[in-house]
Design a protein around this ligand. Structure first.
Ligand SMILES: [Zn+2]
Length: 173
């Protein structure tokens, strides 16, 4: 069962336990930008609901799983392994984790970079919407508003009409 928790306005953490790994995804939104950072660790299945406490200017995440108890420290968009001694619930503010029925972000592991898809001499691009097959072109040549877009995976700036992020290879919507 995946969980999510609001760390701060505009920053969320998603936790999932697909198979025997713990998948931690940080997502932040603000000023038209989306940033995402995730890590996955082989922990075995969770035996308890993961807990998050706020310490200093970050949070500590504790996961009790089949292979032991795991701790991570999260500061900004950084996820790092934390020593067990970092867990001091008496000084920390527990944060409420909530179950999510379906988390499209957490259930999608980072994709390895891949080359743009090519099918013979058929090309598709979504902006502007054109479909070119051989010498025929369908679609409109209406100029589109030039708004800067960013990769939903790594936050890199992407050009209009790009189907894949030039930085991480993520397939763009
Ligand atoms: Zn990217």
């Amino acid at each position: 069962m995946p969980y999510h928790c609001d760390l701060s306005p505009g920053q969320k953490i998603y936790l999932d336990n697909p198979g025997s790994i713990t998948l931690i995804t940080l997502a932040s939104t603000g000023a038209g930008q989306q940033q995402q950072s995730s890590t996955q660790v082989h922990t075995g299945s969770w035996t308890e609901v993961p807990q998050i406490v706020r310490v200093g200017n970050g949070v500590i995440l504790r996961c009790v799983a089949a292979q032991g108890t795991f701790f991570w420290q999260i500061q900004g968009m950084q996820i790092g392994v934390a020593p067990a001694t970092a867990w001091a619930t008496d000084q920390a503010i527990p944060m409420q984790t909530a179950e999510v029925g379906s988390s499209p972000i957490a259930s999608m592991p980072p994709m390895p970079p891949m080359a743009p898809m090519q099918m013979g001499d058929m090309q598709m691009s979504s902006n502007p919407m054109t479909l070119r097959m051989g010498k025929m072109t369908f679609g409109s040549d209406t100029p589109t508003v030039n708004t800067q877009k960013f990769c939903t995976q790594c936050g890199a700036a992407i050009a209009q009409g790009d189907r894949f992020c030039g930085s991480c290879g993520h397939q763009l919507p």
